[in-house]
Ligand binder design. Structure first.
Ligand code: 13P
Ligand code: SF4
Length: 323
C-alpha cells in the first residue's frame, strides 16, 4: 500500500506534457541501458524495447548484453534471472510487485519438503519461480525448451517438475516420461473458457486455435499448435492460415498484428466477463513507471551472492542444454 502511494506521488511530479518516449530514449543513452521486454507488456512498452522475446530468449539476451544497466519490462522472476546472470550490472524493474502466480504458489521451503518425499529424483523447475526455488533445482527450463530438456535426461532417472502442472502434463505427453508434478498454475492461462473457445471455433471455422502450454488440458487437446510465446508468434507468421484464436495473454497480439498485417487474431475469452485473460502482474508496468525507474535508477533487483551462485548453476545448465 505504502509503495503504491509513493508511486502515485512520484507520478504526480511528472508533467503531463513530458514526452515519455523521448525521455526514455534519452535516459537509455545516458545510462548505457538496454530495455528487454516480454510479449505480454503493453504495446507502447514493446515499441520502445531493444529486444522483445519469450523467457528463454530474454535470458539468452541478458546473458550476452554489454549494457551497464538492464531495464526489465516483464515480471520479477525474469528480472531476477537477468540479475543471476549479471551480478555486476544494475537490473531495474519498473514495479517490484510485478510477480507471477506460479512463482508465488511455490515457496522454496515447501518445495524442498515435497522433494524429500522422492529420494533419487532430480528437480526440473520452470523458470517462472523464485531465485530460492532455482537454487534448490537441478535444471531450469522454459516453455520453449522443457520437452527438449526432459528428453536429454536418462530414461531411468526420476524427475520432479515444478511449479506448473499444465506445462508438466504437456511435457509428460510430448516426452512420454513419467514425472512427479507440483500442483501450481498460472491464473491467466487457467481462466480461458473451453466452452467459449469451442463456440468461437464453430463461428470461425477457418481459424486455427493456438495455445500456450500453461493452458489446461482440454484446451491444449483441441489446439492446432501449442508453444511458447515466441513459438506462437513464429507459427502465425509462417502459417498459410489467416485467422487464429489466441489462447495466451493478449499482449502478444500486438507483435502478431505488426508482423502479419491483414491476418486476424481473436483473443481466447475468459469464462467470466472480466478482462482476467490479461496478466495483472505484467500489466503493473506502465510507460510512466518505466520512465521513473530509469530516471531514479530504482526499483532495483538485489540478490544475496550465495543465493545467486546457487541459482546460477541450474540456469547455466539450461542455457547449455538448449544450445
Ligand atoms: P514464455 O516463456 O512462453 O514467454 O512464457 C512466459 C510466461 O510467463 C507465460 O505466461
Ligand atoms: Fe505468471 Fe501467468 Fe503472468 Fe505468465 S501470465 S507471468 S505465468 S501469472
Amino acid at each position: 500500500m505504502e509503495s503504491i502511494i509513493n508511486i502515485n506521488i512520484e507520478q504526480k511530479r511528472i508533467s503531463p506534457l513530458l514526452d515519455l518516449v523521448s525521455e526514455i530514449k534519452k535516459l537509455k543513452k545516458e545510462l548505457n541501458a538496454v530495455i528487454l521486454a516480454h510479449y505480454y507488456q503493453e504495446s507502447e512498452i514493446q515499441d520502445l524495447a531493444d529486444f522483445i522475446g519469450d523467457s528463454l530468449q530474454l535470458s539468452q539476451e541478458a546473458e550476452k548484453t554489454d549494457a551497464d544497466v538492464i531495464v526489465f519490462a516483464g515480471v520479477h522472476f525474469m528480472a531476477e534471472t537477468a540479475k543471476i546472470l549479471n551480478p555486476n550490472k544494475q537490473v531495474l524493474l519498473p514495479d517490484l510487485k510485478a510477480g507471477c502466480s506460479l512463482a508465488e504458489g511455490c515457496p522454496a521451503e515447501l518445495l524442498e519438503k515435497f522433494k524429500s518425499r522422492y529420494p533419487g529424483h532430480i528437480l526440473i523447475s520452470y523458470i517462472n519461480c523464485t531465485a530460492a526455488v532455482k537454487a534448490i533445482s537441478d535444471i531450469i527450463c522454459t516453455s520453449s525448451n522443457a520437452v527438449k530438456i526432459v528428453n536429454q535426461i536418462p530414461k531411468d532417472q526420476g524427475i520432479i517438475f515444478a511449479p506448473d502442472r499444465n506445462l508438466g502434463r504437456y511435457v509428460i505427453k510430448m516426452s512420454g516420461r513419467d514425472m512427479v508434478l507440483w500442483q501450481g498454475a498460472c491464473i491467466v492461462h487457467e481462466t480461458f473458457s473451453d466452452r467459449k473457445i469451442t463456440r468461437l471455433k464453430i463461428e470461425n471455422p477457418l481459424a486455427l486455435l493456438i495455445a500456450h502450454p500453461e493452458c489446461e488440458e482440454p484446451i491444449l487437446q483441441k489446439a492446432d499448435y501449442v508453444g511458447s510465446t515466441s513459438g506462437l508468434l513464429n507459427f502465425v507468421t509462417t502459417s498459410e492460415s489467416n485467422e487464429f484464436i489466441v489462447a495466451t495473454e493478449p499482449g502478444i497480439i500486438h507483435q502478431m498484428e505488426l508482423r502479419n498485417p491483414g491476418k486476424k487474431f481473436i483473443p481466447a475469452p475468459p469464462e467470466s466477463g472480466c478482462s482476467c485473460n490479461e496478466c495483472p502482474y505484467m500489466k503493473l508496468n506502465t510507460l510512466e513507471k518505466l520512465y521513473l525507474c530509469m530516471r531514479d535508477r530504482k526499483p532495483e533487483i538485489d540478490l544475496e551472492e550465495e543465493l545467486r551462485k546457487r541459482a546460477l548453476a541450474p540456469l547455466k545448465r539450461m542455457l547449455e542444454m538448449s544450445r
